[in-house]
Design a protein around this ligand. Structure first.
Ligand SMILES: Cc1cc2nc3c(=O)[nH]c(=O)nc-3n(C[C@H](O)[C@H](O)[C@H](O)COP(=O)(O)OP(=O)(O)OC[C@H]3O[C@@H](n4cnc5c(N)ncnc54)[C@H](O)[C@@H]3O)c2cc1C
Length: 427
């Protein structure tokens, strides 16, 4: 099988990131942040803008992990609908949680506007095309729940979905007009620039390898230096490693992979997602797709574990494009790339207080563009002294995923199972 080169579309279309150096000395700060994706950088930005002395440590370069690799779909809310959040957390706390997660796209697009981040931001909505009658029934309830709360969420007929997406494949669907798209790598690099401009210090290629509490403060050590700070925020999500075993064991990391076509010819381009919306369908193994600013279709789904994928391992992606957009037959695939998504057993993101002054936010279940940005703000507010009860988001203990050591095997089997179940319901 011919190998496919791993390169993300975003890496060739994003403006360069800021130049940062590794940490080479012991430094002190008021807050140390581990991880420079949306979570860590949104926290750093808010803290620095509040006049806090903040240092961010990143083990790779800005945007090398999920925040620079994702589909750029700005999706409102979490997997659970508002009524379910109120059932799970009670009317008052569930209501506040709904408000917090619903605000995600507004937080992202307002930040982009205020900071002038050039990241091809488009806010014309997120579409959820339905693949079954059962999905349509659930969506009707979802739309009603959001409408009762004043959100611009509507059901779409089969003809409307066909017109908005350019695909005749779906039975109808839902549009949430709060959502949209960004160029994800440009967005995370823009956040990094803004955090630096606000006074944060940012060190790349500086993995935190040890965390200790000594004489009333934390010391985060890297190979070349250390940060001493009374407060630490851990923002490593799916890339949480040995430094924080408990966090790593609280999520299951699942590979997600994307392909991008060559630019779509202009006459077809005018019919495929002409309004610039993003879309994630309702298959068990959902497909998420959008068109970028260069006119390429980007198609993603839960992916391959292979470090060096071949045309065989990405065949599901090619098939998805052929099935959803048969009119693109013959258009080549130019970019292939993937990363890891952090899933949680309760499908919710989590804000943990691991010890006094030590917090973490993670577990976005594939919806982190908006939610990780929100989480960064919540973590910053907590570090600035806001009581946990006032955040509008539950602060929970870390719970390990049962049988975590076997989760990799479980993920593989689950992906195969879901793929088979979807194939059977298509047959
Ligand atoms: C392929 C793919 C597609 C996706 N598509 C979408 C989408 O369309 N819409 C959506 O909303 N979400 C999507 N997501 C999810 C979204 O990208 C993530 O939820 C979000 O980026 C998480 O941000 P983060 O800052 O928490 O984590 P990350 O961006 O992963 O950042 C964590 C950082 O921590 C660093 N780190 C780890 N350990 C250490 C250490 N010891 N020391 C220092 N640094 C460390 C890592 O290098 C990394 O840079 C997708 C994810 C993937 C992988």
């Amino acid at each position: 099988m011919p190998a496919v080169a791993l390169q993300s579309l975003w890496s060739v279309t994003a403006p360069p990131g800021p130049e940062c150096a590794p940490l080479r000395a012991p430094v002190t700060a008021q807050v140390a942040i581990i991880g420079a994706g949306y979570t860590g950088l949104a926290a750093a930005l808010k803290l620095a803008e509040a006049g806090t002395d903040v240092v961010v440590l990143e083990s790779r370069d800005i945007g090398d992990c999920a925040s620079g690799l994702n589909g750029g779909q700005v999706i409102p809310g979490v997997k659970h609908d508002p009524d379910m959040l109120e059932t799970l957390f009670g009317a008052q706390a569930g209501g506040r949680l709904t408000d917090t997660v619903a605000a995600g796209p507004e937080v992202v697009f307002a930040l982009i506007k205020r900071l002038g981040i050039a990241c091809d931001a488009t806010r014309t909505g997120w579409i959820q095309p339905a693949t079954s009658e059962a999905a349509l029934r659930l969506q009707a309830q979802r739309a009603q729940q959001w409408q009762r709360r004043g959100a611009p969420v509507e059901m779409l007929s089969r003809a409307q979905v066909a017109q908005l997406t350019g695909s005749a494949r779906y039975l109808g669907g839902l549009i949430d007009r709060r959502g949209g798209t960004v160029q994800p790598l440009s967005y995370v690099r823009g956040l990094a620039r803004a955090a630096l401009a606000a006074g944060a210090r940012l060190f790349t290629h500086s993995a935190a390898v040890k965390l200790a509490h000594i004489d009333g403060a934390y010391r985060v050590s890297t190979v070349g230096g250390s940060v001493r700070a009374p407060q630490v925020i851990v923002a490593t999500n799916a890339y949480s490693g040995a430094l924080m075993g408990a966090l790593r064991r609280s999520i299951v990391r699942v590979p997600s992979f994307q392909v991008a076509t060559a630019p779509i010819p202009p006459e077809l381009r005018a019919t495929i997602l002409p309004g610039g919306q993003s879309a994630s369908d309702t298959w068990r193994l959902l497909r998420y797709f959008r068109v970028d600013a260069s006119g390429r279709l980007v198609m993603g789904t839960r992916g391959t574990f292979a470090r060096a994928p071949t045309s065989h391992t990405v065949r599901h992606h090619y098939r998805a494009v052929a099935e959803i957009y048969p009119q693109l037959a013959g258009l080549g695939f130019q970019y292939h790339w993937g990363g890891f998504v952090a899933m949680t057993p309760d499908h919710l993101p989590h804000l943990h207080e691991l010890a006094p002054g030590l917090t973490a936010g993670l577990g976005y279940n594939g919806r982190g563009v908006a939610m990780a940005t929100v989480m960064g703000g919540l973590l910053a507010r907590r570090a600035l002294g806001e009581p946990a009860a006032e955040l509008g988001f539950p602060v929970t203990p870390v719970r390990p995923v049962p049988l975590h050591a076997f989760s990799g095997l479980g993920v593989r089997a689950t992906i195969q199972y879901l793929r088979l179940a979807d194939a059977l319901s298509r047959a």
